[in-house]
Design a protein around this ligand. Structure first.
Ligand code: HEC
Length: 139
């Protein structure tokens, strides 16, 4: 058993492999926490402009009820004081969704990162919402 680790080349290879396994996937829970800290915390930690606070179960319960696809899509497009993409125009849907999962799971929900089907539904809902908003815009 010990012989396995005596060659430094082998140990180096093992370290590289372990590093690859531990490398963050761009759309994971850990990533959600990170995106949240960088982009969303400025409003959602203190409740700026009426933002539902992280951990406020009462505020999040009716939002969680809307369902993951609709809530993620509406947040991504923006709603009242909630800026589109959290105010970061280059934020991907995957990163935004991961941050929503982080917010929801810290506030009484139990969501997982959407799968390919979930993202397809979120994208469809975003298109629908953008059309609705364009139609509702006063002339
Ligand atoms: C500039 C402040 C601000 C930032 C930054 C911000 N939010 Fe918000 N967010 C708000 C406010 C205000 C609301 C409440 C909107 C309302 O319903 O009037 C809100 C609401 C939401 C909602 C509920 C949407 C709905 O349909 O009611 C979600 C989900 C959300 N935010 C997610 C996020 C995520 C994820 C980020 C970071 C990527 C983020 N927000 C960044 C201010 C912000």
């Amino acid at each position: 058993m010990q012989g396995l680790f005596t060659s430094s080349a082998t140990s180096r290879l093992l370290l590289v492999l372990l590093g690859a396994l531990a490398a963050p996937n761009p759309a994971t829970a850990a990533n959600g926490a990170q995106v949240y800290q960088i982009t969303c915390a400025v409003c959602h930690t203190a409740g700026v402009a009426g933002a539902p606070k992280l951990g406020d179960r009462k505020a999040w319960a009716p939002l969680i009820e809307e369902g993951q696809e609709i809530l993620t899509a509406h947040g991504y497009v923006g709603v009242r004081g909630m800026p589109a993409k959290g105010g970061k125009p280059d934020l991907s849907i995957e990163d935004f969704a991961a941050a929503v999962v982080h917010l929801v799971n810290a506030s009484g929900g139990k969501w997982g990162q959407p799968d390919a089907k979930g993202f397809a539904a979120i994208r469809a809902e975003i298109v629908k919402r953008e059309k609705e908003l364009a139609g509702a815009r006063p002339k």
